[in-house]
Every structure is written in structure tokens, then in C-alpha cells.
Design a protein around this ligand. Structure first.
Ligand SMILES: NC(=O)c1ccc[n+]([C@@H]2O[C@H](COP(=O)([O-])OP(=O)(O)OC[C@H]3O[C@@H](n4cnc5c(N)ncnc54)[C@H](O)[C@@H]3O)[C@@H](O)[C@H]2O)c1
Ligand SMILES: [Zn+2]
Length: 357
């Protein structure tokens, strides 16, 4: 994983050697391709790649679909891509997940390189080899583990990313810190404003530390059967919030931030986490301009989404609960009442919710 500023200018230096001489197809979305496609194509050509016509999708989650995937396979065949070819994904988590899954399955699997251009994709989606698409029945239901040859994260690409998407990525970085490293948490506390303003080297250092943490966890449990579950901190309630919202107004990282506050609150009530740490987590998310409470959550809709989750996981919901900064505990016996208290803690009632009781 290469992280730096201006990497796209000299992309040949960062590509793995085996790319040279290979037929190569870029998979990207309209927005990102029009910004960076030309640069990346030129770089790939000068690194000795035979670059075919790119496969460019509409931006957004709806492109992670079976129809778009089918069109992608057809495009790869039309461009005479074969078992010796490779894919380069260029964009956020959507082109990354779709292109990575195409790479995992085309001709039983071909190599790919990820060039993530959102902070969320640089910190999270490009690390760990999870690729996939959505079904109408739910997100990420079809997928494969397929590790990229390399990941090239050029922080300069973040200059064109809307500020809301920067905060969205920062939420996942805070999550990494809460579950895996008190030092990283402190580093983000100290440099929150620099991160929001994309100041280097602070942002690069924090992103690097976060990627090292995630990669370390994935190396110990690549196929998500044990410790990798802790990466779901904030995701159980976060995902239920996204579903209740119909994925319309809330971004994934924003939902994770809210989910993280809710489970931290539960943790305090279960006497697993001290109140001061809860306040620090909430305060840091708030400093990063992430929403820490919402006015109109339909608690019943959130519960019915959690219940569907429970059914699909043979009867119990596992909560990843922070016990101190850098450490979590997984519990599956949290009472309904407790979960509701957690959800209500992110309800904006006009009352100061910083002091859970
Ligand atoms: N594979 C994994 O482990 C993993 C982990 C987390 C999330 N994900 C997936 O990632 C997806 C979300 O990722 P995302 O938030 O990056 O979504 P995304 O790819 O849709 O990007 C968000 C938006 O930003 C635009 N954009 C991207 N880079 C830009 C840039 N540099 N400048 C200007 N605009 C830019 C895109 O066109 C898009 O409109 C979800 O589908 C999620 O399931 C996967
Ligand atoms: Zn996530």
C-alpha cells in the first residue's frame, strides 16, 4: 500500500513489476475518470501497459449491481482481455468493490491494482481484499476475497473530493483508532483540524497508521471468522440506521459515527467503558463535524432492521463494544432495553446527551 501526495504523477514508480507488458483495463466512474483518467492512462502506458478502453460507470452505489457487472464482463471480453490481463480500479469504494469483484471472477480471477480516490476507500475499502456487489435484497450480498497486487493512494486526489466525503472517511479512521489504537486516537484528537483541512503530513501519518492497523487485523483473519469482526464497531446500529433511512440522506461513515456513539453509550451502561472515554469519542466525532445526534430516527424501523440482521445471523446480534481506547469486547447478550437506550442516546431531544445515565 503506497500512500503519498502526487503519486499519480509518477504512477509507473508505484505499480508492481508484473504490470509491465500486460493488457490493462481501468474501471472507474464518470466523475473520477474525467478528473484523473487521463493521468492514470498515460502513467500506465509509460509503465509498459497495453491500456484498453476503460469501463466507466455512473457514480454511486446503484452501479454496484448485477447489471453493471454483466456489462463489465462483456466490455472486458470486447477489449480482448484474457487470463494474463489485469484491472486497475480508479475511484471510491464503488468502482473499487465492483472492479475488484470483476477481477476476482473474470476468467477465474485476474490481478488488479486499486487506486482509491475517496478517504473512505483509502482508509477502508481498498484494504483487506473484500470485493463485491449489491443485490436488490441487500448490500454486499455477493462478493469474494481478492487481494489487490497493490494499492496506490494519492492524497492529492482528495483535493477534489467534497468535504462531506472527507468527514465520511475520517469516521472510519476514528473507528479504527477506537478499536485498535489509543495512540492513533490521540493523534487524531491533536490533528483534527489539520485532517479536515487536508494538511500534510498530518493526514498522511494518520491515514498510514490506520491502514497499518487494518492490514494487521486482516492479516490475522483474512476471511472474517474472528478478530476481523471487531472492524464492525459502530456498524450494527450504523447499518440499521442506513437501512431505516433507505440509504437516502445519510452516508455510510456518518451512520458508523452515530453507531459508534450508540454502542459506546451501551458500553458505559454495561459498566465496560468509563464515561470520560465515551465523552472523548463523542467529542472527537463532533470536532470532525460528524453528526452526533439526529432528530428524526424511527426507533421502530431501526429495530426491525436489527431484527432482520439477527435472523440472518442465526438468532443473535453481536455487538462490538469499546472497553477502552484501542480495545473492544464482543457481546451477544445485550438486552433489548439496553439497545434501545443506545439508540435513544443519539436522538436529538434538545437535552444534553453527553452524560449517559
Ligand atoms: N471492500 C471493503 O472492504 C469496503 C469497506 C468499506 C466500504 N466499502 C464500500 O465502499 C462504498 C462506499 O465508498 P465511497 O464512499 O468511496 O463511495 P463512491 O465510490 O460512491 O464515492 C463517493 C462519491 O465521490 C466521488 N468521488 C470519488 N473520488 C473523488 C475525487 N477524488 N474527487 C471528486 N469526487 C470523487 C464519486 O464519484 C462518488 O460520487 C460502498 O459501496 C461500500 O459498501 C467497501
Ligand atoms: Zn464501514
Amino acid at each position: 500500500v503506497w500512500i503519498g501526495s502526487g503519486l499519480l504523477e509518477s504512477i509507473g514508480d508505484w505499480l508492481p513489476e508484473q504490470c509491465s507488458g500486460k493488457r490493462c483495463c481501468i474501471i472507474s466512474d464518470n466523475t473520477v475518470y474525467s478528473l484523473y483518467g487521463k493521468n492514470v492512462t498515460t502513467g500506465l502506458i509509460s509503465a509498459g501497459c497495453d491500456v484498453v478502453e476503460p469501463f466507466v460507470i455512473e457514480p454511486g452505489e446503484s452501479s454496484k449491481s448485477m447489471n453493471v457487472l454483466r456489462a463489465c464482463y462483456k466490455h472486458l471480453l470486447d477489449q480482448k482481455m484474457d487470463r494474463d490481463s489485469m484491472i486497475v480500479t480508479l475511484g471510491g469504494g464503488v468502482p473499487g468493490d465492483l472492479g475488484g469483484f470483476a477481477a476476482a471472477t473474470f476468467m477465474r480471477g485476474i490481478p488488479f491494482v486499486q487506486i482509491p480516490t475517496t478517504l473512505l476507500a483509502q482508509a477502508d475499502a481498498s484494504i483487506g481484499g473484500k470485493t463485491g456487489i449489491n443485490l436488490e435484497e441487500g448490500k454486499n450480498l455477493i462478493g469474494a476475497f481478492h487481494q489487490p497486487l497493490s494499492v496506490i493512494s494519492d492524497l492529492c486526489t482528495l483535493n477534489t473530493l467534497p468535504a462531506r466525503h472527507i468527514r465520511n472517511g475520517l469516521a472510519e479512521i476514528v473507528k479504527m483508532a477506537v478499536l485498535g489504537s489509543e495512540t492513533l486516537f490521540e493523534q487524531i484528537e491533536t490533528n483534527a483540524h489539520q485532517c479536515l483541512a487536508l494538511k500534510m503530513p498530518e493526514l498522511a501519518q494518520i491515514l498510514t497508521a490506520s491502514c497499518i492497523l487494518k492490514a494487521g487485523i486482516v492479516e490475522r483473519d483474512e476471511t472474517d471468522k474472528g478478530i476481523r469482526t471487531t472492524l464492525n464497531l459502530g456498524h450494527t446500529i450504523g447499518h440499521a440506521l442506513e437501512t431505516a433511512d433507505n440509504f437516502s440522506s445519510i452516508l455510510h461513515g456518518e451512520a458508523v459515527a452515530l453507531g459508534m456513539i450508540a454502542v459506546s453509550h451501551i458500553s458505559v451502561l454495561e459498566n465496560l467503558l468509563d464515561r470520560n472515554t465515551y465523552r472523548r469519542i463523542r467529542a472527537l466525532l463532533s470536532t470532525l463535524k460528524l453528526t452526533v445526534s439526529v432528530r428524526d430516527i424511527d426507533v421502530h424501523a431501526v429495530f426491525s432492521s436489527l431484527d432482520r440482521d439477527k435472523k440472518s445471523r442465526s438468532g443473535s446480534i453481536h455487538f462490538v463494544l469499546p472497553v477502552k481506547l484501542g480495545q473492544t469486547q464482543i457481546k451477544s447478550d445485550i438486552s433489548r432495553n439496553r439497545i434501545e437506550q443506545g439508540i435513544r442516546s443519539i436522538l436529538d431531544t434538545g437535552i444534553d446527551e453527553e452524560n449517559p445515565e
